[in-house]
Design a protein around this ligand. Structure first.
Ligand code: ADP
Ligand code: MG
Length: 237
């Protein structure tokens, strides 16, 4: 599903340029359940944003579902994104003056689906998240866990093949974190390739493969064996 070769990315500001990703190789197959972890500043969000075609890269190749994602126009990037990717963010990114149902339905509005149809589909997704009774509530009337489940419903409404979540539980307490992880785990079991950036062990432990980033390189990764992450698969490949 995701094949990355020799990926480099630098940020340039007036004062300096910062080499963030330094020749990264990564393969993630369809249906995998992966977390990306590492110290703050190690390049996790940069990598996730490139995976989600929100940001470009300088060198290397990125193939997503067989397509080379390189030098795309904004419009081409948007087409791949809409077809392939669902995003979940730490800060939920819900629209405050729209209720839960309207927030979930929004991607279908941009796809010019009729109001009636998009509300029916959005309600199905809210229902799946256990939030049917909260459809008319505004984000500020919802708990953090409920907000994140609304955001996940919104990510799912376009039937993405890949879910990318950047610190999805970063603003949640430990009980709510487990709730949100149950939701993501269930989506993965339905076959959606799920990639979560986190620095919480309880979150990475829930996934089947943990990629440890250090200074823009994969330092090592572990895979779950009999429910436990104990096998170092590769170091500095
Ligand atoms: P992480 O998510 O692992 O904390 P990031 O990928 O957000 O790390 O950032 C990696 C490094 O790149 C950090 O030093 C950060 O300050 C820098 N950085 C991130 N985004 C930008 C940007 N848009 N412009 C300049 N520097 C950036
Ligand atoms: Mg980050």
């Amino acid at each position: 599903m995701i094949h990355i070769r020799q990926l480099h990315k630098s940020y340039h500001t007036e004062a300096l340029s910062l080499h963030v990703l330094k020749g990264l190789n990564l393969d993630i197959e369809t249906g995998e359940y992966v977390s990306i972890t590492g110290a703050s500043g190690s390049g996790k969000s940069t990598l996730l944003n490139i995976l989600g075609i929100l940001d470009s890269y300088d060198q290397g190749d990125y193939h997503l579902n067989g397509s080379l994602i390189k030098n795309l126009s904004e419009r081409e990037a948007a087409v791949y994104r809409n077809e392939m990717i669902g995003f979940v963010f730490q800060s939920f990114n819900l629209i405050n003056f729209k209720n839960a149902l309207e927030n979930v339905a929004l991607p279908l509005y941009y796809k010019k689906v009729s109001r009636k149809k998009r509300n029916i589909i959005a309600m199905e997704h809210l229902d799946k998240m256990g939030l049917k009774d909260w459809a008319k509530h505004l984000p500020n009337e919802l708990s953090g866990g409920q907000k994140q489940r609304v955001a996940i419903a919104r990510a799912m409404i376009s039937n993405p093949k890949v879910i990318l979540a950047d610190e999805p539980t970063g603003a949640l307490d430990s009980t709510t974190t487990l709730e949100v992880m149950d939701v993501l785990t269930n989506l993965n079991r339905e076959g959606i390739t799920t990639i979560i950036v986190t620095h919480e062990k309880s979150v990475s432990d829930a996934t089947n493969r943990i990629i440890h980033l250090k200074d823009g390189m994969i330092e090592y990764e572990t895979r779950k064996n009999n429910g436990v992450h104990d096998t170092i698969q590769s170091v500095n490949f």
